[in-house]
Design a protein around this ligand. Structure first.
Ligand code: HEC
Ligand code: HEC
Ligand code: HEC
Ligand code: HEC
Ligand code: HEC
Length: 648
């Protein structure tokens, strides 16, 4: 697109935006009244949820967000686990809960379940008697001829649900009901097995689905909307639902770490388990909802997706037939047992630093994880990247295995241990270094940090002078608990903490911190603030007061232990604005860790704020309260959004 035309479009957008904003102001986009005082309770901890699900989870404003309040806790918990494991899909929610552990999700489910909030009366009753007849029959009697049980058999006589795992069917928007029943029919939604609702939904004809959605959403919810105590054993008037296929709605377990199986050398296995955790092997080698270490997770790269391999001891599909030497060859040289060169989406470019002793321990541990006969999935790389020839050229240019006999890391000084963990198993450089056009880490760019090629998160340079300001213990706490002097590990770093560094021993975390501190060079630089129109700043201030000040404070002072201060926060003033925009678009919870087991969260604003609004609010907070970050233009936000939509 020519420059002239793009300028024109920009002006056009800005103008349309100004009109829309003017309208919003006249339609009651007012500054909010006095902010609610901070209270440390579950309502506060779930503000990121109720931004969509409505105050207290009473259902959202636009007729789609489902109600959470008063639903059976077992049901709500099952749904959260289903979102996590890919049986249900809604990207903004999946992203939000990805850093939270199952125990905390259960607490959230119990909290919403305990709320009893009256339902609003439905807007209009259905007049169509034909439709009422169809729906009524299915709800009360089912259809024995098709083997279809009555909805009421499971969902309770009053359709208010059955403890502990079956939800009520009243008080849900028609669009939501349609989407859920359609979801089961099209494999977009499923529950854990036996998934009786999939059976029920697939027996329904399109006209029946629409009759049910309309009729159910038009019923008044009875005053006592609590779920029935439990499933009646059998009802005479309808189908027998005591057979195993209908015994559905079982509980998801709160995950607990499984002890590795017995082995010849328990000390070596325990060490291998520790190394696998801090090397974060399981995160990449476990598919969403799949068995641990069974592989099949797609690692997206700018060249296509590379599928991780099955590392379980299965003899056919896993590494059951591998020797310790084969495993060493993969980790150290990036060559598979069959001689195939491996793609560096597997960060052997860092793992090559791992000692033979540690590789053997990893191998011994992997031999003890439950075996899973999961075949490896084919990569979906584009030509020419999908050829071994291209990969071999890449390896010649950019990969050099570490010396075969690195010094014995365990025995050497703590500082060497820190370097070994940072550059080896921790594979910290893989994200914290700028990559070149071929996706290789640039050796000359250690001061720059890197923008992650798919997610667009910016990982600041680990040699960044900012880190000099942290104490060793602050840096250690960041790795173990995800809490920094000014906020929390966020985005991909929250995942690194959650799946990896929170398991570091105190000694190892401190060794890494001390090493990183020694690397920090130079002095912090801030961008000077460019001039910006006072109208934009005013607009930014208004958005901030309305959308952000409740949590981050009127003057950006934050709330200790819950919400990061934005005033004086170096992250807010950084030249690269990527992380600020990503925070605002997607929100997020810091990782659940032992030092921060029940974190507070930030709601996503992706559906709420336009690019111009985000630019205005960022300009406001980067230049207010003594902050000296540069201002941000709508175009900057737009560029980032385009990069996000172009990534797979
Ligand atoms: C961006 C908006 C948004 C946010 C934020 C959000 N949700 Fe949701 N949630 C949804 C939507 C939309 C659905 C329905 C998705 C579908 O179509 O299945 C949903 C579904 C659910 C369900 C299943 C409800 C049912 O009746 O089946 C639960 C439970 C839930 N969310 C809990 C939470 C919790 C807990 C949080 C905060 C940690 C949260 N949500 C944050 C939008 C959101
Ligand atoms: C054999 C028991 C059984 C029968 C019969 C049954 N359901 Fe369900 N239903 C369930 C269970 C269990 C769930 C929860 C599934 C889950 O955990 O995702 C559920 C969930 C649902 C949901 C999702 C609600 C939400 O908040 O997202 C809808 C909608 C639904 N059922 C509709 C129906 C309709 C309509 C019928 C009758 C045509 C019916 N069900 C019959 C067991 C049943
Ligand atoms: C960032 C994601 C990522 C992490 C972290 C990761 N891997 Fe992998 N791994 C991959 C991918 C992707 C492949 C497939 C590469 C290919 O087939 O070319 C792979 C392949 C492998 C292979 C070769 C499998 C085969 O069939 O040839 C081994 C062995 C392996 N990884 C071990 C590990 C160990 C041990 C760890 C932890 C110390 C680990 N990986 C951490 C992504 C990862
Ligand atoms: C998957 C990519 C990824 C990996 C691997 C990774 N990081 Fe990060 N890291 C990030 C991103 C993105 C940020 C910025 C977000 C934030 O502030 O939390 C970050 C932030 C940080 C910060 C805060 C810097 C600051 O100035 O605020 C530190 C310290 C850090 N990482 C250390 C490490 C260490 C040590 C390792 C290795 C154990 C590591 N990271 C591995 C992506 C990664
Ligand atoms: C419900 C409370 C809440 C609201 C409302 C909220 N935030 Fe946040 N915010 C948080 C929490 C909690 C975090 C830490 C989350 C994380 O790091 O993943 C955070 C983090 C941030 C960060 C990252 C700070 C850092 O150190 O990297 C920025 C920037 C931010 N918020 C800006 C905003 C803006 C702008 C708004 C309004 C448009 C807003 N927030 C609204 C709770 C909130």
């Amino acid at each position: 697109m020519s420059v002239a035309r793009s300028n024109f479009l920009e002006r056009l957008c800005a103008c349309a935006w100004a009109i829309a904003f003017g309208l919003a102001l006249t339609l009651g986009f007012t500054n909010n009244a006095a902010a609610a005082p901070f209270e440390d309770n579950m309502a506060q901890r779930t503000l990121a949820c109720t931004a969509c699900h409505g105050a207290q989870g009473r259902a959202g404003p636009d007729g789609y967000y489902p109600r959470l309040a008063g639903k059976p806790a077992g049901y709500l918990y099952n749904q959260l686990i289903s979102f996590k494991q890919g049986r249900r899909h809604y990207a903004p929610m999946e992203r939000l809960i990805s850093t939270l552990d199952d125990k905390y999700l259960l607490e959230m489910a119990q909290y919403f379940s305990s709320l009893s909030i009256p339902y609003e009366s439905p807007k209009a009753a259905v007049a169509n008697t034909e439709l009422t007849f169809v729906a009524n029959k299915l709800v009360e009697q089912g259809d024995a001829a098709r083997g279809l049980p009555a909805c009421a058999q499971c969902h309770g006589k009053a359709l208010t649900g059955t403890q502990p795992h079956i939800p009520g069917l009243l008080g849900l928007p028609a669009d939501y009901l349609l989407a859920q029943l359609g979801g089961w029919q099209n494999d977009q939604r499923s529950a854990q097995v036996p998934d009786c609702m999939a059976k029920v939904a697939r027996m329904l004809k399109p006209a029946e689905v629409s009759a049910l959605a309309q009729w159910l959403s038009s019923q008044t919810v009875p005053a006592s909307s609590k779920a029935a105590a439990q499933l009646p054993a059998q009802r005479t008037s309808s189908l027998d639902i005591t057979s195993p296929q209908w015994r559905c709605g079982a509980a998801s377990e709160v995950a607990s770490a499984t002890a590795p199986q017995a082995s010849a050398n328990p000390a070596q296995v325990a060490r291998g388990e520790y190394l696998a955790r801090i090397g974060n092997c399981a995160q990449c080698h476990t598919a969403q909802g799949g068995a641990a270490y069974a592989g099949g997770r797609a690692i997206d790269t700018p060249f296509g997706a590379v599928m991780s391999g099955n590392l379980s001891p299965d003899a056919t599909y896993g590494i059951g037939n591998w020797s310790a030497q084969d495993f060493w060859q993969a980790l150290h040289h990036g060559i598979s047992k069959d001689g195939r060169a491996l793609y560096p989406a597997f960060p052997y470019t860092s793992y090559t630093q791992v000692t033979r002793e540690d590789a053997d321990a990893l191998f011994a541990y992997l031999k003890t994880v439950p075996s899973s006969p999961t075949p490896n999935r084919a990569h979906t790389l584009r030509w020419p990247y999908n050829t071994q020839l291209a990969l071999k050229v890449w390896r010649l240019l950019f990969f050099k295995p570490a010396a075969d006999t690195p010094p014995n890391a365990a025995a050497s000084a703590a500082a060497d241990r820190g370097a070994y963990l940072v550059h080896g198993l921790g594979h910290c450089d893989e994200c914290h270094t700028q990559r070149n056009a071929f996706g290789a880490m640039r050796a000359d760019a250690t001061q720059e940090g890197g923008v992650l090629q798919i997610s667009q998160w910016y990982a600041p340079a680990l040699q960044s002078p900012w880190l000099q300001r942290w104490s060793d213990v602050q840096l250690q706490t960041f790795l173990q608990n995800g809490i920094s002097p000014h906020g929390y590990a966020a985005g991909p770093m929250a995942e690194v903490v959650q799946h990896g560094t929170r398991y570091l021993t105190n000694a190892d975390a401190l060794a890494m911190a001390q090493y990183l501190k020694r690397q920090a060079k130079g002095s912090p630089v801030l961008t000077a603030s460019a001039a910006i129109g006072s109208d934009t700043l005013k607009m930014g201030g208004a958005i901030y007061d309305k959308q952000c000040a409740d949590c981050h404070g009127k003057s950006g002072q934050g709330q200790s232990g819950a919400y990061p201060a934005l005033a004086g926060n170096p992250n807010v003033q950084r030249t690269k604005i990527n992380n600020l925009v990503l925070h605002i678009l997607y929100g997020g919870y810091p990782a659940s860790t032992s030092g921060n087991p029940r974190p507070f969260g930030m709601p996503p604003f992706v559906l709420k704020l336009s690019d111009a609004e985000i630019a205005a609010v960022l300009s406001y907070l980067r230049t207010s309260w003594g902050n000296h970050g540069g201002t941000v233009s709508e175009f900057d936000i737009n560029k980032l959004r385009i990069a996000l939509t172009q990534s797979p």
